[in-house]
Write a protein that binds this ligand. Structure first.
Ligand code: MN
Length: 197
C-alpha cells in the first residue's frame, strides 16, 4: 500500500484551544481518511499502485483523465505533511537554520508571517498556503484545491490547510484568525528545519 493514513503526531486535544479535538476528529479521521481510501481504490491494480504518493502526483498532474487520482493522492500527501507542520507550543519566531534563511530571503520573520497569512487569506475557495524552496530560495505560495508543490518540482517546507473543513468548527468564516493563530501558536519549526535539510 503506497498511500496510508498516518496517525496524528499528537493527541487530538493537543492543539487546543487553537484547533479543537472535534476539528481534528473530522479533519483526520473523516476527511484525510476519505482521500486515502479513495486514492487507494483508484490506483489499485494500475501501474501506479506501488509508487509513492509524490511519484504518483508528478506522473498524473495535468492529465484530465486522471484528475480523480491526482486530487485524492495529492490531498492524502498534503494532509500527512500538514499534520507534521503543527505542534503544541509551536509558532512564533523560528529557531534553527530556517530563522536565518527567513531573515535573508524575506527581510524579517514579520514580513514572512504577513506573506504566509496573506497567501492563505487570498486563496479563493479551498486550497493551501505554503513555504517552499525554489532554486535554493524561500518562497511563499498558494495552491487551489488538491494542488501541491510536489507535483511542480518545488520542495515544500511548511503548509497551512485553508479548506473550510480545517477551521470552520472553531473559527466559522474567520479564516484570517485561523491563519494568524496557526502562525503564532502552532508551527513546528523543528519539522520545517528537518525539511530544509
Ligand atoms: Mn484538509
Amino acid at each position: 500500500m503506497s498511500i496510508t493514513l498516518p496517525d496524528l503526531p499528537y493527541e487530538k486535544n493537543a492543539l487546543e484551544p487553537y484547533i479543537s479535538a472535534r476539528t481534528l476528529e473530522f479533519h483526520h479521521d473523516k476527511h484525510h481518511k476519505a482521500y486515502v481510501d479513495n486514492g487507494s481504490k483508484l490506483i489499485a491494480g494500475t501501474d501506479l499502485a506501488d509508487l509513492e504518493a509524490e511519484a504518483i502526483v508528478r506522473k498524473v498532474v495535468g492529465d484530465a483523465s486522471k484528475a480523480g487520482i491526482f486530487n485524492n493522492v495529492a490531498q492524502a500527501w498534503n494532509h500527512s505533511f500538514f499534520w507534521k507542520c503543527l505542534k503544541p507550543n509551536g509558532g512564533g519566531q523560528p529557531t534553527g537554520p530556517i530563522a536565518q534563511k527567513i531573515a535573508a530571503d524575506f527581510g524579517s520573520y514579520e514580513k514572512f508571517a504577513e506573506e504566509l497569512k496573506n497567501a492563505g487569506v487570498t486563496q479563493f475557495g479551498s486550497g493551501w498556503a505554503w513555504l517552499v524552496l525554489k532554486d535554493g530560495k524561500l518562497q511563499v505560495t498558494k495552491t487551489a484545491n488538491a494542488d501541491t508543490p510536489v507535483a511542480h518540482g518545488l520542495k515544500p517546507l511548511l503548509t497551512i490547510d485553508v479548506w473550510e473543513h480545517a477551521y470552520y468548527l472553531d473559527y466559522q468564516n474567520r479564516r484570517p484568525d485561523f491563519l494568524s493563530t496557526v502562525i503564532e501558536k502552532l508551527i513546528n519549526w523543528d519539522f520545517v528545519n528537518s525539511c530544509l535539510g
